[in-house]
Write a protein that binds this ligand. Structure first.
Ligand SMILES: *Cc1c(COP(=O)(O)O)cnc(C)c1O
Length: 376
């Protein structure tokens, strides 16, 4: 579509393309006339919110005529206790996406640069570009490495220069499911100049069980140029409410606090997040189910002779060794939604989120049929 208003936009906005979300269930119903749909496309928690969260949400109904608490007092307090940091280190966001964009708005402009890896989370290039800054993209590790397609910290470090204000690291990364150990990551963070802020995005941290995986929130005290982001959208199961946060030096939190919308996190999200933090049982059982179901899926992909990136997350990146669009379409016709990743530069791959045992069985039989029908 030609759009004459593009000429009127500021330079960073002119080249933007919309974020491509996973196909919503209602859209597949409308377009294909299918029902009983399995959506494994957006790395959502398949179990839905737990009982404590549901009760907390009910209780907020009486408050909905009022504006939310703009300072998120109760939630920041709960997060401060959880992480052992002062509440003034915390910035709440409308999803952690909000915080990532605020960081780009606050610290980038035309003439400045931000570094991220190839095949990193798609929001980084969007936020950098919208701020009018230049993205320096470090080549990812090769398929032959222990973390295939993961971040190459040496390559990333090599791209940091005088104009670099932000470095985005997803640990673990989406869409690859790869991760970085504590020693390598801390060496990287400590090597960064003071005026280069390192953003470590820990959206999937709750799923990682390896003892060498770091909790970078505990490093914020040591590295004032480190910002760690977390979300309630994945293991906590609250993607639809939009709630995430950053932990940083209070000086950085102060800047984000000036820039953010005063009521960027709604009342329901704040109350639900407080309840979610109190429900350790929900979190542990979500993670346990995910990590055992991940074995079911990866074993099935291996049996189908598909190459895959070893994942520590709630999704797996699978390589079909040919353009994967036809597999995606064929799965849609069987009421299964997965995620194409051609927009990440991975046209032969699909990203498949881990669902409930039933959903995963449906995916495995649909995929087996599709691959058999198409002659392997
Ligand atoms: C899902 C995801 C997020 C979180 O998004 P929200 O805005 O908090 O829902 C952040 N980073 C990565 C790498 C993700 O995959």
């Amino acid at each position: 579509m030609s759009n004459k208003y593009l000429e009127l936009t500021v330079p960073g906005v002119r080249g933007l393309h919309p974020y491509q979300p996973g196909k919503p269930i209602s859209e597949l119903e409308r377009e294909y006339g299918v029902s009983d749909i399995v959506k494994l496309a957006s790395n959502e928690n398949p179990t839905g919110p737990g009982p404590l969260v549901r009760q907390a949400i009910e209780r907020t109904l009486d408050d909905l005529a009022r504006y939310p608490d703009a300072n998120g007092f109760a939630l920041k307090g709960a997060l401060a206790r959880r992480h052992g940091v002062p509440a003034e280190c915390i910035t709440l966001g409308n999803g952690s996406n909000d915080v990532l964009v605020l960081l780009a708005e606050a610290f980038l402009q035309p003439g400045l640069e931000a570094v991220h890896s190839q095949f990193a989370f798609a929001v980084y290039p969007l936020a950098i570009q919208a701020a009018g800054a230049a993205a320096r993209v470090a080549p990812a590790l090769s398929w032959e490495e222990p973390q295939p397609l993961g971040h190459d910290l040496t390559a990333m470090g090599g791209m940091v220069g005088e104009k670099t204000r932000l470095v985005f690291i997803a640990n673990p990364n989406n869409p690859t499911g790869t991760w970085i150990d504590g020693e390598s990551l801390e060496n990287f963070v400590s090597s960064m100049p003071d005026d280069t802020l390192v953003v470590i995005d820990e959206a999937y941290s709750e799923y990682v069980e390896d003892p060498t995986y770091p909790d970078c929130v505990s490093w914020v005290e040591r590295y004032p140029n480190l910002i760690v982001t977390r979300t309630f959208s994945k293991a906590f199961g609250l993607a639809g409410l939009r709630i995430g946060y950053a932990v940083s030096h209070p000086g950085i939190a102060d800047i984000l606090n000036r820039l953010r919308q005063p009521f960027n996190v709604n009342t329901v999200a704040q109350e639900a997040a407080v309840a979610a933090l109190a429900d350790e049982h929900y979190l542990t059982s979500s993670v346990r189910m995910n990590n055992s179901e991940r074995v079911r899926l990866t074993d099935a992909f291996t049996a189908l002779e598909l190459r895959q990136v070893p994942s520590v997350c709630n999704f797996v990146l699978v390589d079909f060794d040919r353009p994967a669009g036809s597999v995606y379409e064929a799965l849609l016709r069987k009421s299964v939604i997965v995620r194409p990743v051609a927009n990440y530069g991975l046209p032969d791959c699909l990203r498949i989120s881990i669902g409930t045992p039933d959903e995963n069985e449906r995916l495995i039989s649909a995929l087996t049929e599709v691959l058999t029908e198409s002659g392997g």
